[in-house]
Design a protein around this ligand. Structure first.
Ligand code: PLP
Length: 362
């Protein structure tokens, strides 16, 4: 039987070179390496260096390892907010970022946008002393991606507020310079096409200073994964705990492959494949893009709404019969949407095959 094509939003298909790197990792006994060895330090250094090149991360930002995107929400809030955070919410993931703040007893200011749309920067009105703005670049539950100029507009309007951006389901496809934000984070099982269990947290000095200030004021900033502890280890290319050494190795390898291809080429292909999918969705009489405003349509996770009363399961079974798996709708949209990942590992041919299958659905 031929292999299944995973167009799922996360975990998704492995990056097409991952299997080879995984075999090499086992041959080289990477999982047995001490995380205090020079070999591991070299792997960390390589992964961080490749990520800097791929994403354009400035030298004065730290590249830190966590266990997941979910952990990054908590670490950011625990370290960089004392009293009040502001959240732009337009779906389930941005909502959970806000709920994480509430669970940590942080007061939240929430700016809601309709599911399937994006918050408008000009509607963001904040008190001068707001500490932190949380934005989700690509809301995976609805397929809405914040338009390119918005992050610059927010930065301009609130130069003194920490700005943290969730790029879990868009990276490595960023549409803004990293230097515009104070922090961003992602996990590797989405756009990087790797096994789950590793998160990447990018932070600047401003975040670190805020954490130190919070600590000096007598507040808790957590323990082993506090920002100062992560930073102190990262300058030696180490982590506080025994990390997912295998995944850090795979990330170093896969980002090298992506850099060889070039981020420009990756973005161009992503745009092309997204256009193919949206065009197919527009042409199918039983589907339409859930995000109507083209400016907000995600290039990396494409969400299509099914015609009312349509048999959701029949469509998924039809695709499964062709060895293709897409994600169901998220939460309340489970039976009303399909979600399609368009990550760097998904080839033009694979995306065209999926588009053709959607068009041919009987
Ligand atoms: C998947 C996802 C997360 C959670 O990441 P995990 O690695 O699963 O914890 C957070 N934000 C967005 C936008 C996501 O798509």
């Amino acid at each position: 039987m031929s292999r299944k094509l995973y167009f799922t939003a996360g975990p998704s298909a492995l990056y097409f070179t991952a299997e080879e790197h995984l075999k090499n990792a086992l041959r080289e006994q990477i999982p047995s390496l001490s995380h205090r060895s020079i070999d591991f330090q070299n792997i960390y250094r390589k992964a961080a260096g490749n990520l800097r090149e791929l994403l354009g991360i400035p030298e004065d930002y730290y590249v830190l390892f966590l266990s997941s995107g979910t952990e990054a929400w908590e670490r950011l809030l625990q370290n960089c907010v004392t009293e009040r955070s502001c959240h732009m919410v337009n779906g389930a993931f941005s909502q959970r970022f806000a709920e994480t703040a509430q669970a940590l007893q942080i007061k939240t200011e929430i700016f809601n946008a309709q599911p399937g749309s994006c918050s408008k920067p000009e509607e963001l009105i904040l008190p001068d002393n707001t500490e932190f703005i949380a934005l989700t670049h690509n809301e995976t539950s609805t397929g809405a991606m914040q338009p390119a100029g918005d992050i610059a507009a927010i930065r301009k309007a609130f130069p003194d507020t920490l700005l943290a951006v969730d790029v879990v389901s868009s990276a490595p496809y960023l549409t803004f310079p990293v230097s515009l934000v104070d922090s961003l984070f992602f996990s590797v099982q989405k756009g990087f096409g790797l096994p789950a269990g590793l998160g990447v947290w990018v932070v600047n000095e401003r975040c670190l200073r805020k954490t130190e200030q919070k600590q000096d004021e007598g507040f808790s900033i957590g323990s082993y994964h506090s920002l100062p502890n992560l930073v102190a280890h990262s300058v030696k290319y180490q982590t506080p705990e025994t990390p997912n050494v295998l995944d850090v190795y795979l990330l170093a390898q896969v980002t090298e492959d992506m850099n060889l291809k070039g981020i420009g080429q990756i973005k161009q292909e992503t745009n092309y494949k997204a256009a193919v999918l949206y065009q197919a969705i527009e042409q199918c009489n039983y589907l339409q893009p859930f995000v109507r405003n083209k400016e907000c349509q995600s290039k990396t996770t494409i969400v299509a709404e099914l015609q009312k009363d349509m048999d959701h399961k029949r469509l998924l079974d039809y695709l499964a019969g062709k060895n293709m798996e897409v994600s169901t709708g998220y939460g309340e949209y489970k039976n009303q949407h399909i979600r399609i990942a368009n990550f760097p590992t998904h080839s033009k041919e694979q995306i065209e095959m999926l588009a053709d299958a959607l068009l041919a659905y009987p």
